[in-house]
Design a protein around this ligand. Structure first.
Ligand code: ADP
Ligand code: MG
Length: 418
């Protein structure tokens, strides 16, 4: 497994065609043993220990004054008789040294590893901090395996996936489904209600027509869209949590979880890494990224937002995230231009039409399943309504960039911080 230098700017979002790749900015090796902030911390601690050493010599000036000079309460020498003083010093030394030993140990043993593989129609990239390449490789292998497993469950391209089999039973009785599919459909349905149908996983038939349009570079026929549109509607999908079943009311309905599955898979892979003892990791599936604890000595993972990439538009500042997820949706990668109009791979389930125009939506949320689905939903919604939805979602924040004929408009939710 490749040991990799940490770089600034884990690229967020598939937009800009950089899914899964590094931003080749500072090629600085931050393998934790030599990480600057860490050694700074280490130095500070040693400085404090040195102050303690100096304070050992009782002097009328020093005495209690150690406190005020960067010393420690436990280091003041005068108030204690000698036995207790020794104990106090030992205690203080332990307190002072403990974190530095911990950090130093971690610094000496944790390194950064990363691997990329194609999964779910995009590049899946996993970055971990692990004690050695064997541990990193084993954990990463299990995480990729989990992503593959989820693709086998949630893909609408694979005829034998659980999702496809459920779709093929549309019009029939409720179907028992597994925990993963049930969770994805539950979150999707919840968002369908909250977004007034802007997010809708029953849009499969319409999405397929627009997919074909992109391939054939021809607009779908109106009557085909109308027929597909008849089969669309999240209210025709019923979930039963107790029985763990799903039922599609109309024959011909088709589910498509392309707007939520990658975020869920990123969450799931991160969970596997945690179970393997990897506490500091990043999982990126194209434009959907989930991270756990920050790299050692860092406040968070630096994640660049791939926005519209238009000349004259300043790039959004990178995000610094830990224990969170970020997704970007937009039309930069998958689109078709017909008659001078750019049609996105995101469709408006309320009209059956593909979105047009240029727009990029970045959503930060607690989980990847939420950031992914919200980014797709907000892409469809009017920006003010989308922001309301984001503000009403605990822990969520969004940046919306829209290009109109005359200008670039930027919208930020209340929790968006740069
Ligand atoms: P990407 O797949 O590029 O990360 P998204 O997360 O926005 O982008 O997902 C887009 C995919 O979601 C589409 O390819 C399609 O499969 C599905 N989709 C398109 N429109 C909608 C919608 N309004 N609601 C739910 N899913 C959608
Ligand atoms: Mg999405």
């Amino acid at each position: 497994m490749k040991k990799s230098p940490l770089e600034k700017g884990e690229k967020a979002a598939g937009l800009g065609g950089c899914a899964g790749s590094f931003v080749p900015s500072r090629q600085k090796n931050l393998s934790v043993a030599t990480d600057d902030p860490l050694s700074a911390n280490f130095k500070r601690t040693w400085e404090r220990v040195k102050i303690q050493e100096e304070n050992r010599l009782p002097s009328p000036q020093r005495g209690r004054g150690a406190q005020g000079e960067g010393g420690h309460q436990g280091l003041s020498v005068h108030p204690y008789p000698s036995g207790a003083r020794k104990l106090a010093k030992l205690f203080a030394a332990i307190i002072l040294l403990f974190p530095s030993i911990e950090l130093a140990r971690a610094a000496g043993t944790l390194s950064r590893f990363e691997e990329s593989q194609p999964h779910m129609g995009t590049v899946a990239r996993i970055v971990v901090y692990a004690p050695n390449s064997g541990a990193a490789a084993a954990a990463t292998r299990s995480a990729f395996q989990r992503i593959r497993e989820l693709d086998g469950i949630l893909s609408d391209y694979q005829a034998e996936s659980e999702l496809s089999r459920l779709s093929h039973q549309s019009g029939g009785p409720p179907v028992k489904i597994g925990a993963d599919l049930f969770r994805v459909l539950s979150v999707a349905q919840n968002l369908a209600v909250r977004s007034n149908g802007a997010f809708d996983v029953t849009a499969g038939p319409v999405i397929q027509l627009w997919r074909r349009a992109r391939r054939q570079r021809a607009l779908p026929e109106v009557d085909l869209i109308a027929a597909a549109f008849d089969l669309l509607g999240f209210r025709w999908l019923t979930l039963d949590a107790k029985q763990q079943t799903a039922q599609l009311a109309k024959p011909g309905m088709r589910l498509d979880v392309g707007g939520i599955a990658k975020g869920y898979a990123a969450d799931a892979a991160l969970k596997i890494l945690k179970q393997a003892g990897i506490e500091r990791a990043l999982v990126a599936l194209g434009g959907d990224i989930a991270v756990s604890n920050p790299p050692l000595g860092k406040k968070g993972w630096t994640i660049e937002i791939a926005s519209l990439n238009l000349s004259g538009v300043p790039k959004p500042r990178p995000l610094l995230l830990h224990n969170a997820a970020v997704s970007t949706s937009g039309d930069a990668e998958q689109f078709v231009e017909l008659g001078g109009i750019r049609y996105s791979h995101i469709i408006d389930p309320r009209t059956g039409k593909a979105l047009t125009g240029r727009r990029s939506v970045t959503v930060v949320a607690v989980n990847g399943i939420d950031s992914d689905a919200l980014a797709t939903a907000v892409s469809v919604m009017d920006p003010p309504k989308g922001l309301k939805l984001i503000d009403a979602t605990p822990g969520a924040a969004a940046l919306i960039v829209v290009k109109t004929d005359s200008a670039i408009q930027t919208w930020k939710s209340k929790r968006w911080r740069e």
